[in-house]
Design a binder for this molecule. Structure first.
Ligand code: ATP
Ligand code: MG
Length: 552
């Protein structure tokens, strides 16, 4: 592994474990529950788990933690696989906790036979009451004293469907006085009649998270099972299960989950945004989902870079969304091809340009020496931005106005001669003359101008639609804001421009190409875009607000 960077705490643990021979190689897992699409928080966990395996020459399983049949769906399984692959990672094995249902059932029987698990007929309310409080020990009930034979029979009947949902549970018999409430005779199995996305109606009892996760880790021989901080209190139970069953000694480690400003990271809440129509879909480009970010034009490289930069912590924190945008911008600046698009068009006529048209070379990417050039058609009728013209220019206005000169990008220097307005008083046509010896790259005019404008030749222009996005929420810490999180949805998070003109190069550009529209931002073709109707999503603006902040 690379020695340049200091090790994070999990890398230190792994380095020691390998050095001491506690394991020969490492096996990690990424264990999503298939109850929604993955978000950027999951990306952090993916980069961590797969990244460790890569760094230490190990491997990673993709495990679907599918023990709750009511919320899980195959659509989610498929999206999760696509997202992990898109991020650039390959799992060595695709696993499902549901594949272990038989094994987990056998494990439960083993615990009953050892006298450390029992069937309890109490209601959830009774169980909660009997559990006591963190400062007061719980009280047992008579069910705790059931014989092993009776427990075996009852548990089998639970499985056979003899009892109603919720009528009985299987609990571990650990004790009722631990200061850790998770250790007070925790639930292992519940009765629930629901069709499972893989096992159908085979089972009517399902293991609880705490009786599935550690056991699945052990079944797969996971060496380092990495989860988020809220699982710290579950760790003693994780270890108890492994010890009681004498199975592979997987170990659990915890890191702080990723929280980010102006967004949320809960699949349950993200699902609400979708089902209630606040966004168009899970892959709406405003969503913090991996699929949303992909559709918006984020690159896997930039997301991996972001995860690397934030590192892993042992304490909760909230990361500035602008850091992610900074990473996206950094990468796109290097790879995005430059194009010209005019969004609020006004006609510019060059009165002394006598040719029908000519092709001008324009650099695709000044950051990339191998980026090459493209041919941009030029003619005497162009579209320019309405914003780039001022009827009565102020002193430091370096764009166009009566008698002012500017350079047209990759083309000529022009001088504005006059303009015309429409009936409503809006500037309709601007007339200019050009200097034929001022061509970019072969300029002998000796003229000096300060402003450079982007433009599109009117007769060659192709219509494009632009979606420009802003933050999905209007407050920084959405998760901790008072009241319903949906009150904070930014009503102006999407701005669509339906009339805009782009270069004809778009007709030959591949859909997956990344663009920088000059002076506008980075853009990427939307999934609904076609050659007949080009639709671009703004990935990120050009402005580098975060970097500026850092320099202050
Ligand atoms: P959510 O609350 O969004 O549903 P979850 O933790 O229930 O998240 P899982 O599908 O169980 O989602 O998560 C799979 C893995 O991703 C787990 O190991 C979990 O710890 C990790 N993970 C989930 N959210 C984050 C986050 N915000 N930051 C880092 N890791 C996360
Ligand atoms: Mg979960």
């Amino acid at each position: 592994m690379s020695e340049e960077k200091s090790l994070n705490f999990i890398e230190e643990i792994i380095t020691n474990d390998l050095a001491e021979g506690k394991c020969k190689s490492i096996l990690t897992r990424f264990p999503p529950e298939p109850n929604g699409y993955l978000h950027i928080g999951h990306a952090k966990s993916i980069c961590l788990n797969f990244g460790l395996a890569t760094r230490f020459g190990g491997a990673t399983n993709l495990r679907f933690d599918d023990t709750n049949p009511t919320t899980e769906e195959t659509e989610y399984v498929d999206s999760i696989k696509a997202d992990v692959q898109w991020l650039g990672f390959n799992w060595v094995k695709e696993c499902y906790a549901s594949d272990y249902f038989d094994q987990l059932y056998q494990y439960a029987i083993q615990l009953i036979e050892k006298g450390v698990a029992y069937v309890d007929d109490s209601s959830p309310a009774e169980i909660a009451l009997q559990k006591g409080t963190p400062t007061m020990a719980g009280t047992g009930n008579d069910f705790r004293n059931r014989s092993i034979a009776e427990n075996l029979a009852l548990f089998n009947e639970m499985k056979e469907g003899k009892y109603a949902d919720g009528a009985k549970v299987l609990r571990a018999k650990i004790g009722l006085s631990s200061p850790n409430m998770h250790m007070r005779d925790p639930l292992l199995y519940r009765i629930k009649r629901a069709t499972h996305h893989r096992t159908g109606d085979t089972w009517c009892i399902y293991p609880m998270y705490d009786f599935a996760h550690g056991q699945s880790d052990a079944i797969e021989n996971i060496t380092h099972s990495i989860c988020t901080l809220e699982f710290i209190p579950h760790r003693p139970l994780y270890e108890w299960g492994i010890e009681q069953l004498g199975i592979f000694p997987s170990k659990q480690y915890e890191f702080a989950r990723l929280n980010m400003t102006y967004t949320i990271m809960s699949k349950r809440k993200l699902l609400q945004l979708v089902t209630e129509g606040h966004v168009s879909s899970w892959d709406d480009p405003r969503m913090p989902t991996i699929s949303g970010m992909r559709r918006r034009g984020y690159t896997p490289e930039s997301i991996r870079d972001f995860c690397e930069r934030i590192g892993i912590a042992k304490r909760e924190n909230i990361i500035d969304f602008s850091l992610l945008e900074f990473c996206v911008r950094e990468h796109l600046n290097k790879i995005a091809q430059r194009r010209m698009v005019v969004t609020d068009p006004v006609k510019l006529i060059i009165t002394n340009y006598a040719q029908a048209e000519e092709m001008l070379s324009s650099e695709n990417n000044p950051e990339d020496t191998e980026g090459g050039v493209r041919q941009v058609p030029f003619s005497n009728e162009l579209w320019i931005e309405r914003d780039d013209f001022m009827e009565e220019p102020t002193k430091k206005y370096f764009r166009l106005g009566p008698d002012l000169m500017v350079r047209l990008k990759s083309a000529y220097i022009i001088k504005c001669e006059r303009f015309e307005k429409d009936a409503a008083g809006n500037v309709q046509t601007i007339y200019a003359t050009y200097f034929d010896n001022s061509k970019s790259g072969a300029d002998t005019s000796g003229l000096h101008v300060k402003g450079t404008l982007h433009w599109v030749s009117a007769k060659h222009a192709v219509p494009v639609v632009l979606n420009e996005y802003d933050r999905l929420f209007s407050v920084e810490d959405v998760a901790n804001a008072e009241g319903d999180f949906k009150e904070y949805i930014n009503p102006n998070s999407l701005n669509t421009t339906t009339i805009a003109w782009g270069e004809p190069a778009f007709l030959n550009d591949a859909p997956e190409m990344r663009f920088q529209f000059l002076r506008k931002g980075y853009f990427y073709q939307d999934t609904i875009s076609t050659k007949d109707k080009l639709v671009f999503n703004r990935t990120v603006t050009l402005k580098d607000a975060w970097a500026k902040e850092q320099k202050k």
